[in-house]
Design a protein around this ligand. Structure first.
Ligand code: AMP
Ligand code: ZN
Ligand code: FE
Ligand code: FE
Length: 283
């Protein structure tokens, strides 16, 4: 098991564990430093902090995962060491929350058109106060018996290539990087390559060129040790990180999704040196 996991989701976005339960699980798994990186929200950070203080055994990096759109393709930028008080970041989160709600309604309508009769009200109810995402819709599809699990919902209906898909993002990677830097957070490029368990997701095209552009704009790190990446994928990403002098980040991207193949917190991650490099870069 690893000491550092820089990519985790709670029930404030599309994970299923509350921030405090997530932290407890990370402590159980022996992690020393973790980042909570919910999609487009900072709402889980305070609860996670309280649990961290109680346990006394783990350190929390406040984070976020920003869904970006570049010419129609989806790119995720993580922000590490985010400030809860930055007004621009907070405004972005408010806007993204509203946008995700109307977008999920569009996705549900598209599903209804192809005969998948799930109710939007039920999807919102199940999301509660969370920032809504496709996994909430996927769970409603499982509950209504249309698919056997959420992975099947993505593979058959919700993946980027399917007719019910509708993008969530309102911001380009450049703008996200700039916003994060302005708020004194460190931008990190998330999951640059294809992952087996999230098979419905497209890999980033022109990765080498894009990474060098993002680096010029201030990207600080790139996910190298991610989720279910193979050693071949990790080697490739290490070379890209080295060539651009980016900090090698990564983590499980744990959502407690119920998929038995999902990497657990601490089963993959960067070396502890990454944490020291990130802290150095913050200064
Ligand atoms: P959204 O932010 O609404 O676009 O949804 C993206 C989220 O859906 C990701 O962060 C994952 O949690 C989840 N996801 C994406 N692809 C898959 C997949 N193939 N199987 C299960 N969950 C997925
Ligand atoms: Zn997610
Ligand atoms: Fe992501
Ligand atoms: Fe994620």
């Amino acid at each position: 098991m690893f000491d550092l996991d820089l990519h985790l989701h709670s029930s404030e976005s599309d994970g299923t564990l509350s921030p405090s339960k997530l932290i407890s699980k990370c402590v159980e798994n022996g992690l020393k430093v973790v980042a909570l990186t919910d999609h487009d929200t900072l709402n889980g950070i305070n609860e996670a902090h309280d649990q961290v203080k109680q346990s006394g055994k783990i350190e929390l990096i406040p984070g976020i995962e920003i869904s970006c759109n570049l010419n129609g393709s989806e790119i995720h930028i993580l922000g590490l060491f985010t400030s809860l008080r930055d007004s621009r970041l907070r405004e972005y989160c408010d806007r993204a929350r509203k946008n995700r709600l109307s977008r999920s309604k569009k996705i549900v309508q598209r599903l209804q058109k192809i005969g998948i009769e799930i109710e939007f009200e039920k999807v919102i109810d199940s999301a509660g106060t969370a920032v809504i995402g496709r996994p909430h819709i996927a769970r409603a599809m499982v509950d209504a018996g249309y698919v056997k699990d959420t992975k099947e919902a993505f593979d058959l209906y919700l993946g980027t290539a399917h007719s019910a898909y509708y993008p969530s993002s309102t911001i380009t990677p450049n703008d996200a990087i700039e916003m994060l830097i302005e708020s004194n957070a460190l931008p990190v490029l998330a999951h640059p390559l294809r992952s087996k368990i999230k098979s419905s997701r497209n890999p980033i095209e022109n990765l080498t060129r894009l990474v060098s552009e993002f680096t010029d704009q201030g990207l600080a790190g790139i996910e190298v040790y991610y989720g279910d990446y193979t050693s071949g994928q990790i080697d490739k990403l290490r070379l890209i990180a080295e060539a651009n002098d980016l900090i090698e980040c990564g983590g499980s991207d744990f959502h407690n999704s119920g998929n038995p193949a999902e990497p657990q917190p601490g089963t993959i991650g960067p070396p502890m040196n990454t944490f020291y490099r990130l802290k150095d870069r913050l200064r």
